[in-house]
Design a binder for this molecule. Structure first.
Ligand code: ADP
Ligand code: MG
Length: 250
């Protein structure tokens, strides 16, 4: 479903991605681990084409993201084409990024109505179903500031799902939360995994990775150092850098 090939990205002299390859099959969950600054967020942003890369490409369900191929040349897509492609890629941020001036329901309805031209009544009905799914139906008319961080993040997940994306990307979805609120958000992500949602989750929650991931990817210095099933990467890491990282977070 997600195909990442040979991604390179520098910020000035700082090469942040140095040839990243990644494959995420449909219906599978990939957890990305790695120290701060290893390029995890940049990778997610590149998948979404929020970050333009210097080399390499991303394809979702066989469709090249951000470019059109003509012979052996790549042409950049127009902004509105990229926006359409992004509706296939849900993104959940560390800091929720809800619209503060909109109610919970309006936050969820906004994109399906404006980006997908869904009728408002249909989008509202679907939003209520999604709120039910994340356990927040009773908060439909609340504003984000009236919710806990955990509740806000569950709304952000419902909002991402409203576009019926082919893949969901999570960038440290629980690292801004008080410890007692982490579980309720991870429970929602676990439910999505059970339902066969294709997901890439950047997180430091090793227990979650062990329970939910089909593949664990360890990144350091802009490369994938190793990847494999959770038991292999977490319990019998083959690389010293992976071992050193796990020793710090476990
Ligand atoms: P991680 O998410 O693994 O902590 P990031 O992908 O956020 O890592 O960042 C990797 C490196 O890229 C860091 O050194 C960071 O400072 C740098 N970086 C990220 N975004 C930018 C940017 N927009 N401009 C300059 N440097 C950036
Ligand atoms: Mg990051």
């Amino acid at each position: 479903m997600v195909q990442v090939r040979g991604l390179w990205k520098s910020f000035g002299p700082n090469a942040v991605l140095r040839g990243v390859d990644l494959d995420v099959p449909a219906g599978s969950v990939t957890v990305v681990l790695g120290p701060s600054g290893s390029g995890k967020s940049t990778l997610l942003r590149a998948i979404n084409h929020l970050e333009k890369v210097d080399r390499g490409f991303v394809a979702i369900d066989g469709e090249l993201i951000g470019y059109r191929r003509a012979g052996d040349r790549l042409h950049e897509l127009k902004e509105r084409e990229v926006l359409r492609q992004r509706t296939n890629i849900g993104f959940v941020f560390q800091n929720f990024n809800l619209f503060p001036h909109l109610t919970v329901l309006e936050n969820i309805v906004e994109a399906p109505v404006s980006a997908l031209r869904r009728p408002k009544a249909e989008a509202r009905a679907r939003a209520l179903e999604l709120l039910e799914r994340v356990g927040l139906a009773e908060k439909a008319d609340a504003y984000p500031r009236q919710l806990s961080g955990g509740q806000q993040q569950r709304v952000a997940i419902a909002r991402a799902l409203a576009l019926e994306p082919k893949v969901l990307l999570f960038d440290e979805p629980t690292s801004a939360l008080d410890p007692e609120l982490v579980g309720e958000v991870l429970d929602v992500v676990k439910d999505l995994a059970r339902a066969g949602t294709t997901m890439i989750v950047v997180t430091h929650e090793i227990g979650f990775a062990r329970e939910v991931a089909d593949t664990v990817v360890f990144m350091d210095g802009g490369v994938v150092v190793e990847q494999g099933p959770p038991q292999a990467v977490l319990d019998e890491p083959r690389h010293e850098r992976t071992r050193a990282f796990l020793a710090k977070v476990l």
